[in-house]
Design a protein. Structure first.
Length: 157
């Protein structure tokens, strides 16, 4: 999937509004938020041009620091908030993989592995079609493992 920078900016705007619990109508100001747990949302589209990030130009990252749990809605936990956000984002952007992590731990793991993700399986070889087939088989096998969440594939050419 590919999108122009302008279109990516529109997607990011929608994602930010979902995370903040704002009305999806961009013309409506975000004065009545339904998601008080999130303090703000900072976004990055693409990657820095200094070579410090292994992600592709098609990457969108959102940093959403949480408020103290005393300011959260009654009964909301970090796990339930993540599930709620994942469901809303997946419904708004079908086919896109969303993952949730801790910012600093995420950056350290990316630097160590060279890819985004806590655990990584790299498939390399001279035949891209075989690599793709093997990657699909591995992803299907991992999808059935209890405890694995946010399973995704990243293709690097």
């Amino acid at each position: 999937m590919s999108a122009s920078l302008e279109q990516s900016g529109k997607y990011v705007g929608r994602m930010r509004r979902i995370l903040m619990g704002c009305p999806q109508d961009e013309a409506t100001p975000c004065t009545q938020r339904t998601r008080p747990e999130i303090a703000t949302v900072i976004s990055q589209v693409g990657r820095p041009d200094d070579g410090t990030d292994p992600s592709g130009f098609n990457s969108i990252e959102l940093f959403a620091p949480l408020k103290p749990s005393s300011e959260w809605r009654k009964g909301v936990t970090k796990a339930s908030l993540t599930d709620e956000l994942s469901a809303e984002l997946s419904e708004a952007f079908p086919g896109i993989t969303f993952s949730f992590s801790q910012y600093i731990a995420d950056n350290v793991e990316e630097a160590m592995s060279g890819v985004k993700g806590e655990n990584t399986v790299k498939v390399v070889g001279p035949d891209l079609a075989v690599n793709e087939e093997k990657a699909q088989q591995i992803a299907a096998a991992l999808a059935g493992v209890p405890g694995i969440t946010d399973l995704g594939r990243e293709e690097v050419l």
